[in-house]
Design a protein around this ligand. Structure first.
Ligand SMILES: [Zn+2]
Length: 333
């Protein structure tokens, strides 16, 4: 049973009497006067919000209640309950929508940045090894480049770019991925034959640029961050839709596709430019190699879904960037 403080007016005198109004299942009782009125006989008149509300009784007497108390009265309770439920539902929905939007954008980025460095090295190794194994089994084969070329590229890479970091270069061939290169979070960099074949510079300076770019992805942990972000999105989408199938496939796709965000690509490009500058490799060679890739793929009618062009959009912009860099012609040409 609920009770409220009210002012009772007998309908004759305008002097109020402080009373307690008890709310029972189907009647109200004015405690001090010991009078009860059935619910069906009382009239509840809603007034302006936040002003005292009136409950009129059949004998001409009435009570004034605080607005908050009044709204608890049973007759109105039902409607108010519904209204507040709708309001709460709307608020909850808005909060949920904001949370989802946040989690998929800034929240995901923040979480990815915070979580990626915490992933144990053993897990990083395992994810990377399994990905390479998966790719080798399904889409790649051993490189057909001669040993001399492989050794030359490896030595050059070790000398210029691999001084302070632990990267491992793997040569492979893949019809599906075409002229491409990609990095795995543990430091493995996979260089595909078709890309090497497009290089016209005998020192493989363009390839060094690409390898530097891939090193940038590893150093900045773009692979792991993308993986964390994809996992969050997939988990949320799975939770909301009840369909978790995207969760498992997304993990594989992120690693294989290497479709990083534009920000990650820019970051890796900046890293490559810095590395090339430090090693005195003119960035124009990177632009030359990109030009050759564009030309090669323009000749074909269909561009592979996994080519470097689709995993690295805005290629023309990137060519311009590398061609116009201050180190485009090298520091000591
Ligand atoms: Zn990239």
């Amino acid at each position: 049973m609920q009770s409220f403080n009210a002012h009772y007016f007998d309908g004759k005198k305008s002097i109020p009497k402080s009373v307690t109004l008890e709310l029972h299942d189907n009647f109200v009782r004015v405690l001090e006067l010991d009078i009860s009125y059935g619910f069906k006989d009382i009239e509840i008149r809603a007034k302006l919000k936040n002003t005292p509300q009136t409950v009129s009784f059949p004998d001409g007497s009435y009570c004034e209640l605080d607005a908050a108390d009044f709204f608890c009265l049973k007759n109105d309770k039902f409607i108010l309950k519904i209204e507040s439920k709708i309001r709460y539902a709307l608020i909850s929905f808005a909060v949920l929508a904001l949370f989802v939007a946040f989690s998929l954008t800034y929240g995901a980025e923040m979480l990815a940045n915070a979580l990626s460095p915490q992933i144990p090295q053993s897990a990083v190794e395992k994810i990377s090894a399994q990905t390479l194994e998966f790719l080798d089994k399904n889409y790649m084969s051993q490189s057909k480049l001669d040993n001399k070329t492989q050794d030359f590229i490896k030595r050059r890479f070790d000398k210029f770019l691999n001084k302070n970091a632990d990267f491992t270069l793997h040569f492979r061939e893949s019809e599906l991925f075409g002229a491409n290169a990609f990095a795995l979070p543990n430091g493995d960099i996979i260089l595909l034959d078709d890309l090497v074949k497009l290089e016209e510079n005998r020192e493989f300076n363009g390839i060094m640029g690409v390898l530097a770019h891939e090193s940038g992805h590893i150093v900045h942990m773009h692979g792991l961050k993308s993986l964390v972000k994809t996992s969050i999105s997939s988990a949320i989408i799975g939770y909301l839709s009840g369909d978790f199938s995207g969760f498992t496939t997304a993990l594989a796709t992120t690693a294989v596709d290497a479709k990083y965000s534009r920000d990650y690509e820019n970051e890796a490009d900046l890293y490559a430019m810095e590395m090339m500058k430090n090693s005195n490799i003119p960035t124009k060679y990177m632009a030359d190699l990109f030009d050759a890739i564009v030309k090669k793929y323009e000749e074909k009618t269909k561009i592979s879904e996994y080519s470097i062009l689709s995993s690295h959009p805005a290629m023309k912009e990137r060519i311009k960037k590398f061609r116009e860099d201050e180190n485009s012609q090298g520091i000591n040409p």
